[in-house]
Design a protein around this ligand. Sequence first.
Ligand code: GDP
Ligand code: MG
Length: 739
Amino acid sequence: METTVALAGNPNSGKTCLFNELTGARQHVGNYPGVTVEKKEGKFTRNGHTIHIVDLPGTYSLTAYSVEEVVARDFLVNDRPGVVIDIVDASNLERNLYLTVQFLEMGFPMVIALNMGDVAKKRGIDIDIEKLSILLGVPVIPTIARTGNGKEDLMDAAIRIAQEEKQRMPLIVSYGDDIDGALIEMEEIINTNVFLTGTYPARWIALKYLEGDEQIMSKGQKRNPGVSKQLENITGRVSDHLQKTLNIYPEAIIADHRFGYINALARQGVITLRDSHDRLYTSDKIDKVVTNRFLGPIIMIGVLMGLYHFTFTYSEVPVGWLESFFGWLGNAVSTHMPDGLLRSLVISGIIDGVGGVLGFVPLIMFMFFGIALLEDSGYLARVAFMLDRVFRVFGLHGSSVMAYIVSGGIAGGCAVPGVMATRTLKSPRERLATLLTAPFMNCGAKLPVFALLIAAFFEKHEAMMMLVITLISWMGALLIAKLLRSTIIKGEAMPFVMELPPYRLPTFRGLAIHTWERTWQYIKKAGTIILAISVILWAMMTFPGLPDSQRQEFDKERTAVMAAVNTDTVHELEAAGDNVELSLGAVELRGHLAAIDSREADAGLRNSLAGRTGIALESVSKWAGFDWRTNIALIGGFAAKEVVVSTLGTAYSLGDVDPEESGSLSEMLSKTPGWSPLAALSLIIFTIFYAPCFVTVVMIVRESGSWKWGLFSMAFNTLVAFLSAVAVFQIGSVIGMGI
Ligand code: GDP
Ligand code: MG
């Protein structure tokens, strides 16, 4: 006998391993017609039977969203292999069975290779193979593809199935009242019209219409436009109804129920966990509460609030230490270095710039620790699970949640890996919408900006403010995603399997490693990129400096002030160190001179390259409440968001020359006229939404495959940021928040 066997399964389930074990050197590698997906074929002989083996591309599903899925599906339907061998990773059974269920629904003659039993055993998972085989109605053969164990049994089973006369009935999964009703109605239309039934089972065709499968629908339209229209109408009706009642698309319900089927299967004793206390079972019990429709969101907000409270409360003391340290360092340098450009570079450019960013290391560390705790325990997966439903409404889905969280959804991530994380999204439109909105999350670089402004203006409500900032960025990101998905990246949403891994008790070691890795990244960035940009911005804020004529004006003023008092007072002041008691006249003189110095420094900063740019922008930025110094900082922030803090540090350091007046940057901001809680809030909003940093833009270009999306995100985000900041500032001013 000769027959063809297709090896199908999820990526990394062991298909290629098994293929190599079966065919040895007798392989041929080509391509599937018209696409670049590799097609591997080979031969296996046993007891006089010759079996052609084809290694299909790995897929998680049989929808038509990716090339691999279309290739695998077309091969199975058009070439009709005698048997499909579904390779299932036993250590990840439930997820792998999602594809199995779809094979079964198509009614293929099938054998399951239950692979990686060794891994499953190590993880404490016992699988009742016989029960699984009975419940699914197909042979299940344990294999270890890496060693070739079980391959003969597998091929024997395949030969047996290929020789069988009777056809196996397609599996029928119940999809709930609404969809089941529609399916019956549609099946009848399909069967009476013999609509594509030569190729696919009737129920399956109906399901594909409900899932909005473009490939099947266009085939149907070609075959019989009238029947296709009828099916589309039913689909539209059901979809509208589900939208209204459950706020969900049919394909999402279909995915839910397939998973529900697998869950039920597993619970019927197919899977047992050997651990001393049943991890999965405990997880289920916890999830009943934690992902509950009503309690879940409340718990989620509570957890976030707890995290922020913990971070701000416990980091306050060490942040204070670092601030005093950098203050001390600045003073020490200023007394030991001669006045001049170099001193200005070291103090204003480096210590006040980079020091401002490094000062927040303890806060960053506490935040990362808390997030590592949520991640390692498995709680973040619950957050993604709960938000999946919400996200679908906005044209995104569950994997988008993870991309958001990686980008700093809880605070302190990074949009660069966040944009890369969107690769798990198969549908190109949802992926694009996700990667364009992920940079709105609060990455680790924005955190010091918020921390600075919160410390200066919202000291009494730190955790609350952080929660508000988080909610604003999520709501903004979702609304913008919705806007994009209903204008320039229109298209249907795609169903997705949300996994709920069991809860785990995090180890202290694991937490410490995670925390340190991320904190070290932050420190390294401050010491390299941020340092370089700070120096550049310092130069832009220092040069060209004041013209000689103006400098002479200030000198004249100083001479005049000194001439007005008697010479003894001048001598007294010149001779006095910092801590000597001065006469009233000398104190007054010192005040006058300091005021002149300060005005001179301010004039110098205004005349600098950066200063002039900042001032030029003021006519626009004043609508959002930003003065020229803030403008300089925001321009610096295009390179990296931490630079907003370091630049403000440098700007205020250059403008202020009296060491007795200077406090921490946040104290200085809170005392500067023109700054107010409202201006700070406006700046916070702007920082959340404006152009992604340079590295992220590069990543967006790479991942979207077009520089246009990079430019788009820079221009569009900045526009959104500016308009929102203006709205907040103007409305706030009207209702009297600005005082
Ligand atoms: P494919 O993506 O389905 O083609 O998967 P591969 O054949 O490339 O296998 C993925 C990985 O799993 C490889 O590192 C294999 O060595 C490993 N692997 C495959 N089968 C087994 C198995 O039964 N046990 C163990 N421990 N590892 C396996
Ligand atoms: Mg492979």
